[in-house]
Structure formats: C-alpha cells, structure tokens
Write a protein of this length. Sequence first.
Length: 418
Amino acid sequence: MQRRLLLAMGLLLAAIASPPALSTDALRQTLAQATCSAMHAAAASVPGDGPMLLPSYPDLPPGSVRALENVAFVYDNALAGIALTACGDQAQARRIANALLLAASHDPTFNDGRLRNAYRAGSIGSGKVELPGYWQSQGNYWSQDPYQVGTATGNAAWAALLMLTVYDSTHDKRYLDGAISQLRWIQAHTLGSAPPAYEGGLFGYDNAQRQQHWKATEHNLDVYAAATWAGRYTRDAALAQQAKTAGDFVKSMWDPEQRRFLVGTLDDGRTLSRDKSGLDAQVWPLLAFNPHPVEWNQVWSWVESQHRSGDGYGYRRHPDGVWTEGTAQVATALLASGKPVPDTLWRLLLAQRSAGGMLYATPQARIATDFAIGPTSTYADFFYYHQPHLGATAWTALAAKGWNPLTGQAINPTEQAR
C-alpha cells in the first residue's frame, strides 16, 4: 500500500516537474490542482474554524527578512480568500473575511473602521488582530514598518472585494456591510480633486501618519470594481457616484497614442506619470470594466513590447525578470478577453511551484518595480524576491480556475478548470 502511494505521488510530481507533454487543458487543470491544494493546505495549517490570516511569505528562512516574518498583508489575504472561493473552499475564505471584519472594528488606535496594510499572521483567538512588528534588541525598542501600519486605498478596496465575494456565497449581510464600510472610509479619507479621484492613502506610524496625494490607476479601478459590485445590491447613490469618480479617472488614464494606461499621477496628485508602466495597471482594466471600450484591447501590444520577459511578464517597463503574480494576471485577462493563453505561460507558472506548494514571487533572485514603498524611501525600493508568495499563488489559482476577482464571476464557466 505504501509503495503504491509513493508511486502515485511520484507520478504527480513528475507531471508537475515535466509538463511539456500535457495538453493545454491538462496543464491548466494541473496548475489549478497544485495551487488550490497549496491554498487549502495553508488555510488548514491554522487550527480551528475561527478568524485567521495567512502569512504572505510563509517559508522565509528565520532571520532573513525580519520585517516580513509572519506578516499577513491585507491585499494578499484578500486575494487568498477570493482564490479559496474559486477553489470551492468558502469556509476558509470566510475565516479570512471574518479576521478583516474584526481588524476594522478593533483597531488599537483608531475607531474609524480603517484596515491597516498588514497584520500579524495566524489564528485570532482573543478577538484582537495584532499589528506586525518585532523587538529590536539593538536599541531595545519595538520595531514596526511604516507601510505595514498605514492604509493604502487599493488594499482597503481589495478587502471590500473579498467581503463581497463572501457575501455572494453566504448572503450574510455582515460582509456586505463590511465592504461598504471600507468604501466609505476610502471616500471620507482619500478623495482628492483636480482631477477628482482617490489618492494613495495614509503612510506612517499612528502618531505621524502622512496623506499620500498621488493617484493610482490601479487603486481607482479597485475602488470602481468594489463600488460597482456593492452598488448592485444597494442601489446607493453614493456608491454609484464613487464608482463613477474612480471609473472616470481610470478611463482618463488611457493614452490613445501609446495605446496603454498611464499609472496615475505624481505626488502632487495632478502631474501625470508618463515614464513608468506597471503591468497590473495595463491588464486589470480589462477585468474590472465589463464591457470596456473596444480600443482598450490595443493594450496587448504595449504589454508584449514593454512588459514581456521570456515566456512570462515583468512588473515594470523593460523588466529585469518575471513577475509570477503579474504573469498570472495576464493569463486571467487573456481569458477574459477571449484570447488563448499560450502553453508556455501555463508551464512557466507551473514551474514556479516551491517545495512547500506555494509559487515563487519571481524565478529571479530579485526583480524591480521602479516604485518606492513610501514617501520616506530614498530610492525605488519596492522589489519582489525569489520567495514562496501567497499573492502569486492566489493569482495563479484564479487564472487556472478562470475566475475574475474584480467581478466575482467565472470567466469561462464551461471551460473552467476543475
């Protein structure tokens, strides 16, 4: 019996390690099984059925990157909850959503319903969601990351998207109310003018938080997607206006000459950022807007010429390596656009599977984004590393399952990988 089990496991590992002989459907199904299994295992590793958050980087070597150890980024966990739903595990998705509901209502400093960018990963047994941090023995102080304890507009919007996903499967009004609460916080704290759109959010420690006045295409399309979705249930005029404000900004970022989306504005909230390009800002509009202007389909030429990296795609313009998460985003957007996903792309994603099951954020040692983590950065210090990553695994599961996280719907139900 043990020998047969070992043989079966060996065959599965061989299929994952050497996928060239697999058909397109088999590749996609193998990838769906691998990533859904990794998501199930990560969720099941947190005992019980109570609220919990998953570490964004679950297999960091001890002491390697202390600021990321046992840290659960809200964006990654929102993605994980949506991916678990796409994988058929609604119960574990609810655990993550319940943790975010608790975090928003039990902040250690503020009582305005905000979510931080990150929390401490693990089971939440006391009804209190801890902020990340660690004791710094050199200097004897508690160290926190100013980005992690801040609130980014896009992250709050993704938390709303998770809550709406869970509301769709449960019809429990707590999740709809939780989503609307995050959208109201965004409206109250990040709306900027000239042009009207939602700014970056808050950065820094509780006693010195700074408003970030830049406006991102990606953040605003997140807000558009969440407000549009919530508005379908409420017929709330304020949500309709919020969706229009965010959506109009995204539409205004389309550059018809270069046939691509600008990433947003500079720090003054007015001057357009034309030099940089982010892959997510190029492909997410094709997922969030349904239908979208026909000319937006021309963005694929920009994606191929500016973001291609081998068989995959990189974060920045002229990338220095593959961004696994972004490559999965391209696959999802191709499906949503009715375009075939090349077998080479599915194989590339499958090849990123680590020994623990999660996918590496990049096959390279490190890739750059051309963006800074926050206003205190002295250079573009936002990188992705060759570490197993919850967000990369979740986006790949969504691509393989054919699930649009910005609308909560299957893209091709009849072809969806099982």
